[in-house]
Design a protein around this ligand. Structure first.
Ligand SMILES: NC(=O)C1=CN([C@@H]2O[C@H](COP(=O)(O)OP(=O)(O)OC[C@H]3O[C@@H](n4cnc5c(N)ncnc54)[C@H](OP(=O)(O)O)[C@@H]3O)[C@@H](O)[C@H]2O)C=CC1
Ligand SMILES: O=C(CO)COP(=O)(O)O
Length: 331
């Protein structure tokens, strides 16, 4: 198949390599000429995946929007979530009418509080059956090294989910399918907020009990919010839910975990942003999660506590104490 990936960041490039390894012809679209030339001429993305010495030969790149998506059967979007709407507006009318559009993004749009399925479909005027989300425990650097991993592809049309899953299946990358697009979107975006909090606790020197508490209560929070948004609660117990929480909250390869760890060590939000290598989606998503919780009538104590960290600079101990209401409740 002819597949285009919009955005040659760490995950866009690593996923492009998976698609190429699965036998597809892959074209990366990137804004920066330096990245385009690196992939097209030298099979390298020295900015986002400098340790990969040779990207597959059936993977190329262009900076030309129309050329990038011409005849594409699948178009994958891997742009920082807060910029997806503005970036995709430039592709409206260029993407073939029968192409499936796949989002790898994990974030909620600030101000609108919309999920990426909503943002992508609105931006491209796309019917639900042509939109798919991919979400799971997928730390890009591990997958770029072809370490075994699995993910979930969600689309309202199961045949299209299966088509995308087949396109990204290799001997080291396994894709499952679901129709629960909302569940995948909510898992992927909300676990980043939990990873910020766990990272912060680790950075502040706290141990396993604290991390386990944040992860478990975080899972309960994201499940409740997802359910209220229309997701299937079972999705949260799978790869995209618990699976991604385990990977993201336990690895310094996660930008969200590392951002949180830097906050826990005493860096300000601005300082942590400066040293962050790539987008930490949980940072802009946190306030959107709190707003979404208010909108749906679901308490979001963890996201609220993290929003106080990000907006007011409260300490890790203060953030955690906000989670301990004095009222006794059922778990
Ligand atoms: N990295 C990972 O392990 C995983 C990431 N994800 C999700 O995938 C998405 C992309 O992540 P990743 O590739 O790692 O991020 P990176 O930070 O590595 O790259 C971000 C990408 O967004 C692009 N971008 C930013 N602003 C704009 C804009 N205004 N117009 C067009 N493109 C823009 C960047 O382009 P440029 O380089 O030109 O600035 C770059 O290609 C995120 O939502 C992330 O949560 C999901 C699973 C795993
Ligand atoms: O989503 C991820 C792993 O599944 C990557 O997490 P980060 O965006 O925090 O690096």
């Amino acid at each position: 198949m002819k597949i285009t990936v919009l955005g040659a960041g760490a995950w866009g490039t690593a996923f492009g390599q998976v698609l190429a390894d699965a036998g597809n012809d892959v074209t990366m679209w990137a804004m920066e000429p330096e990245i385009v030339e690196g992939i097209r001429d030298n099979h390298r993305n020295h900015v986002r995946l400098p340790f990969i010495e040779h990207l597959p030969d059936n993977m190329t790149a262009t900076g030309d929007r129309a050329e990038s998506v011409r005849d594409a059967e699948i178009v994958v979007v891997a742009i920082a979530a807060q910029f997806a709407r503005v970036a995709l507006a430039e592709f409206k009318g260029l993407i073939p009418d029968d192409a499936i559009v796949v989002s790898l993004m994990k974030g909620i749009e600030r101000n609108t509080n919309k999920r990426m399925d909503e943002v992508v479909r609105e931006s491209l005027d796309l019917p639900a059956e042509r939109f798919a989300a991919v979400s799971g425990p997928n730390l890009s650097k591990e997958i770029a090294l072809r370490q075994p991993a699995a993910t979930v592809v969600g689309c309202e049309d199961l045949d299209n989910a299966t088509k995308v899953a087949k396109a990204c299946t290799t001997d080291y990358f396994k894709a499952f399918v679901t129709t629960d697009v909302i569940g995948l979107e909510m898992c992927g975006s909300l676990k980043n907020v939990v990873a910020l909090a766990v990272g912060m606790a680790r950075g502040a020197g706290y141990g396993e009990n604290t991390a386990a508490m944040i992860e478990t209560r975080g899972l309960a929070e994201l499940t409740a919010l997802g359910k209220a948004a229309g997701a299937d609660p079972k999705t949260f117990a799978g790869l995209a839910g618990v699976g991604d929480l385990i990977a993201t909250c336990g690895s310094p390869l996660s930008r969200n975990y590392t951002f949180g760890a830097n906050l826990g060590k005493g860096l300000s939000k601005e300082e942590a942003t400066k040293v962050s290598n790539g987008v930490a989606e949980g940072v802009p998503t946190t306030d959107a999660v709190v707003a979404l919780g208010d909108e749906l009538g679901v308490p979001t104590p963890l996201a609220y506590a993290m929003s106080r960290v990000l907006d007011e600079g409260i300490s890790c101990a203060e953030m955690l104490s906000l989670l301990f209401g004095r009222e006794i409740t059922a778990e």
